[in-house]
Design a protein around this ligand. Sequence first.
Ligand code: GLN
Length: 302
Amino acid sequence: MNTTDMHIPSNRVRDIERYVHTELAGCYPDEELRMFVYMLFEAFLGWDKTQLLLHRDDTINQSDLLRFHWAVEDLKQFRPIQHIIGHTDFCGLHIHVTPDVLVPRPETEEIVARLTDWLASRQAGHPAILDLCTGSGCIAIALKHRFPSAQVTAVDISPAALAIARDNAAANHTDIHFVEADVLDPVQLAALTPSYDLIVSNPPYVMERERADIQPNVLNYDPALALFVPDSDPLRFYRAIGQYAATHLAPQGLLALEINQALSTETVQLLQALGFDTQLHHDFRGNPRCITASMPSCNTKE
Ligand code: GLN
C-alpha cells in the first residue's frame, strides 16, 4: 500500500498530524484528536510532546506510516485508543489493557488519589488492602506502588482479567496477592483474610437500560462483564461488598466504592442501612462518583 491509498498526504510528521484530524473530524472532538496524536506518536515513535514539536518537518518510514493508517481506520470504528496502543496511563503507571479488562478511567484515578491521602494520614505500618473486581489491577497496583509496605489482595471473577492484572503487577514491580473469586458469592469471599484496613472496589454498575447512553468505544470494546448489572438489581455488588465489609473492616478501616452517578442516593442508603457512616464525593465532571464509608463505632472520618 502506498501513501496515496492511505489518504496520507505524505510521510511528513505535520501531514500525519493533519491526516489524523481531517479523517476523524466527524467522529471525535478536536481536543480528543489532539490527545490521540500525542498518544500515537508516543506509542509508535517514543516521542513526547516536545519531541513531536521538534520533529514536525521530519519524515517517518513506511512501516510507521502504516501503523498510523491502521490506527486511524480503527479509531473510525471507535476502537478505544488504549486498545490500539495496548496500554493506558493510570496514576503515572503504564497499565496494559485488552478487551478482557475495563480501560481504567480518570474518575478512578481520583479515587486512588483520595485513598492515597487517607492511607498517608493513617501512618499504619503495613495496611491490609483489598481490591474487589480488580480488572486490569489498576487500583491495587497504584496503591501498592505508592505504599510498598501495604499487603494488597486483588480479586476478580475473570481468569482472563486476572492474567492481565498479574502481568501489570509484575511490569510495575508490585507484589500483589491475586485471587479468582465471585464477589457475589459470600462463601468465596469468606476464604479471604479476616480483616482489612481498606476495602476498595469499582464493580460493574451500569444498568442495562443505560446501554443506549453509552459511547460506542465503551459499549463495543469494554467487557460487558465489567460494566453491566441487571435493571432489576443494579446494586447487587454494593450489597454484597457492603455486607462483607461490615464484618471484615479492621477498626478504623475504610470502604471506598466507585458508584453509578444515577444511583448515588440509593447506594448511600444501602450502606447506611448496613450500619456505615458515609461520605459522597464528586468527580472532576461534578458527578457523584465515590462513596467512602466507615463503621461509626470506629469513629473514623476521612
Ligand atoms: N465508569 C465506567 C463507564 O462509565 C463504568 C465502570 C463500572 O461499571 N464500574 O463506562
